[in-house]
Design a protein around this ligand. Structure first.
Ligand SMILES: NC(=O)c1ccc[n+]([C@@H]2O[C@H](COP(=O)([O-])OP(=O)(O)OC[C@H]3O[C@@H](n4cnc5c(N)ncnc54)[C@H](O)[C@@H]3O)[C@@H](O)[C@H]2O)c1
Length: 255
């Protein structure tokens, strides 16, 4: 039988890099893919994570610099891909609706290209990283609340969910969708509050909190989110939205 690979997109990112490490630790062969998007935070940080990713004898790693928005999927065509973990995205909660384009390009159009490629493969699972930002301004609370995204990011990620479910309907693509709540931990994104608070503490600077200081947000530790993502590959069903994240998040989140 030909060697089987898990494809991890966004593998130089905060979550994708940890997920890649865990897959390799478990002896899985991985194709890691990323384009080092410079938009939200420095691509050097991403390249640093990428350099640290290494394969093992039991757990081959193939790293491919690849832009899902425009590169030719024929470059991946020769590999037997049995599973996809889609972590690639343009995150960030800017409210400037004049800057929607990168969210559209990376979170919707690139996903459409990836799903078209995947249609040519017989994969068992496609796990997609969605976000609590699909719920609305305050990413906190129950997972059955109304979907009311208020940012370009949240809107594009909700559209991505609908696109995935349409592929399940039309092409039986075995999609599973996890709505991650804000993730923190080693190698976290420098644009997120945790990293900024720690940096300010280290420098002895003040950290400005907007609002009345009473706002709440759910948070999840990186290894819990990675575990939920790995579990959902086999334990969630195609079309499930957020089930594994629900269990892990309620077990480990704090406010
Ligand atoms: N970190 C969080 O708190 C959080 C919360 C909710 C959801 N998410 C979701 O989890 C996933 C991973 O987030 P993260 O925090 O690791 O973000 P990240 O920015 O660190 O990682 C995303 C990676 O995707 C890559 N990428 C973007 N567009 C690409 C393209 N067109 N082609 C190839 N690679 C591309 C980027 O270069 C980056 O390395 C995203 O889908 C995000 O929406 C993250």
């Amino acid at each position: 039988m030909a060697k089987q690979y898990a494809l991890v997109t966004g593998a130089a990112g905060f979550i994708g890099s940890r997920l890649t490490e865990k897959l390799i630790e478990r002896g899985r062969n991985v194709i890691a893919l990323d384009c080092f998007l410079p938009d939200l935070y420095s691509s050097d940080v991403k390249r640093g994570r990428w350099e640290r990713l290494t394969g093992k004898e039991e757990g081959e790693l193939i790293k491919i610099e690849f832009d899902l928005r425009k590169d030719d999927f024929a470059r991946l065509g020769s590999y037997e891909i049995s599973s996809v973990f889609n972590e690639a995205a343009m995150p960030g909660l800017i409210q400037d609706w004049g800057k929607f384009q990168p969210y559209y390009d990376c979170n919707i159009s690139a996903l459409n290209r990836l799903l078209e490629f995947v249609r040519t493969k017989s994969i068992e699972s496609f796990v997609h990283a969605s976000t609590s930002s699909v719920y609305g301004k305050n990413a906190v609370g129950k997972e059955n609340q109304e979907l009311r995204p208020t940012s370009p990011y949240g809107v594009s990620k909700l559209a991505a969910e609908k696109l995935l479910l349409a592929y399940l309907e039309w092409h039986s693509t075995p999609v599973r969708i996890l709505r991650y709540f804000s993730v923190y931990g080693p190698n976290q994104r420098p644009d997120m509050a945790y990293a900024k608070i720690i940096e300010n503490l280290k420098q002895g600077n003040e950290f400005v909190i907007h609002g009345d200081g009473e706002q709440r947000r759910s948070n999840t530790f990186i290894d819990d989110i990675v575990e939920a993502t790995l579990l959902s590959e086999n334990q969630a069903n195609p079309g499930d939205v957020s089930k594994s994240a629900l269990t892990i998040n309620s077990a480990s989140s704090f406010h």
